[in-house]
Design a protein around this ligand. Structure first.
Ligand code: ZN
Length: 468
């Protein structure tokens, strides 16, 4: 009985199976298959080659190629995940499949190390090394380079945004052969008026390995009650015994003392102003209590109040001309004195006093006046004396009248030509680079035993030969 039932069941199952196989073999349907992988990944900026799909309609025995559509794109210039949808429709049936394409960055950053021999500080501190990191996408990654000591190796690591890592390893020595550097705060040469205090500005120390800020030894002292030249020495040594030294010169000077002009007297004289640089010049003169002489004009009337200040601060105010116009003042004696009187009136208005001191434009030896009036310089020189004036030339030129615009050259022109008797220096306070030279000239004079004085009617005139 059981055997019989089992047989019947087997036959039924066999028939069902046969029907299934027949259906499977003969039933027609859409076949849609990816060629290549369903999940692809390509490097950014590489070319994407579409592998396509197989699409056909049929059964196991025959399948007819059919059309299909593709939706979606792969942008190889942008990192991201892109989906491509393929769809085939035939005989009222349709099928769809998908492919995922990832555009990724797989390139490691490029790490270039130029340092050849690596050392680190005895303390373990890293030094400066020469390296560069560049990434195809992130650009310059030099700032992102991480340097670590790993036992006996120095490890340089850099990672881009896509987590691609480049690592380079080097051997190193512990060693420091580089000396610290000392930079003075304040001036290399400091000038102090006797009786004033010396303020130590200190130094700034830099070292590749150690913090030496508090390790500077300062030696030497300044007696601010005794004029003279003092030296302050700064010394520092790093942990490896590398040393550095720097010095500062401190000059304690006496104020210029108003003495009778005798030997080694410097008369600083400034023509053509006042102008935009006169206030600055007056500040410098005040700082050193040096009195000078200003041969003034009306060329820059906006600065005329400087004439008042010149007089108030003890300088000699003298006449250069009102117009500084050669063709006018040298064309006749009347013109010259009309111009001179204009300036005299202005000086009187601004200072309350008249002046008897004069300097000719171009000096008494000028030849340009020949163009306007023959023999006028001789006449004017005599006529000035008759009218109670005294005219001044100079015996040292600074070179600021056109020969040079270099402040250091002007300083050198003056300081290297100082006379042992008296020196009348010609400068122009309308020239910034010449005003810039005055402090150094004064410092030189004061530290070399010279005395500065303003001109007065008893001063030597340093007259040059009249040429017209
Ligand atoms: Zn002039």
């Amino acid at each position: 009985m059981n055997k019989k039932r089992l047989m019947i069941l087997s036959i039924i199952l066999g028939v069902i199976l046969l029907i299934c196989i027949l259906v499977l073999f003969f039933k027609k349907d859409i076949k849609l298959e990816l060629i290549g992988k369903a999940n692809m990944s390509i490097d950014i900026n590489d070319t994407y080659k579409e592998p396509k799909v197989k699409a056909c309609y049929g059964n196991i025995f025959s399948c007819k190629k059919i059309e299909y559509t593709t939706k979606g794109i792969v942008d190889t210039t942008k990192i991201g995940t892109y989906k491509l949808r393929y769809k085939a429709t035939y005989n009222k049936k349709s099928k769809e499949i998908t492919r995922v394409v990832k555009v990724v960055d797989k390139k490691n950053p490029e790490l270039t190390i130029n340092t050849k021999e690596f050392t680190i500080c005895p303390s373990g501190k890293l030094k400066n090394y020469d390296y560069k990191a560049e990434d195809n996408l992130d650009g310059d990654l030099t700032d992102k380079v991480d340097i670590k000591v790993d036992y006996d190796k120095l490890v340089f690591t850099v990672q881009d945004k896509a987590n691609n890592v480049t690592k380079k390893t080097f051997s190193y020595k512990k060693e420091d052969l580089e000396a610290p550097s000392i930079t003075l705060n304040g001036n290399k040469t400091e000038y102090i008026l006797v009786g004033n205090s010396y303020i130590e500005d200190g130094v700034t120390v830099n070292d590749n390995c150690d913090d030496l800020t508090d390790k500077v030894k300062i030696s030497g002292s300044v007696d601010t009650n005794n004029p003279g030249t003092y030296t302050i020495t700064y010394e520092v040594e790093d942990e490896s015994g590398n040393k550095a030294q720097e010095t500062r010169t401190v000059i304690v000077y006496n104020k210029n003392i108003d003495v009778e002009p005798s030997s080694k007297t410097i008369y600083l004289t400034f023509d053509d102003g006042p102008g935009p640089h006169t206030a600055r010049l007056l500040d410098v003169l005040k700082k050193y209590n040096v009195k000078a002489t200003f041969f003034v004009t009306n060329q820059y009337p906006a600065y005329e109040n400087m004439i008042t200040r010149e007089a108030e601060e003890g300088h000699a105010v003298a006449i250069h001309t009102y117009t500084h116009n050669y063709s006018y003042v040298y064309s006749s004696v009347d013109n010259y004195f009309a111009d001179l009187n204009n300036m005299q009136d202005k000086i009187k208005r601004l200072t309350g006093k008249e002046t008897k001191l004069v300097r000719f434009p171009g000096g008494s030896s000028n030849t340009i006046s020949r163009n306007y009036c023959s023999g006028i310089m001789s006449t004017l020189a005599n006529e000035l004396e008759v009218r109670g004036y005294k005219y001044f030339d100079w015996n040292v030129v600074s070179g600021d009248a056109g020969e040079t615009k270099s402040t250091s050259q002007i300083i050198s022109n003056v300081t290297s030509n100082l006379r042992s008797s008296y020196t009348i220096v010609l400068q122009h306070d309308v020239k910034s680079y010449s005003v810039d030279a005055v402090e150094a000239i004064i410092q030189y004079g004061l530290t070399h035993g010279y005395n500065f004085a303003p001109l007065d009617v008893t001063s030597p005139g340093a007259h040059q030969r009249i040429n017209n």
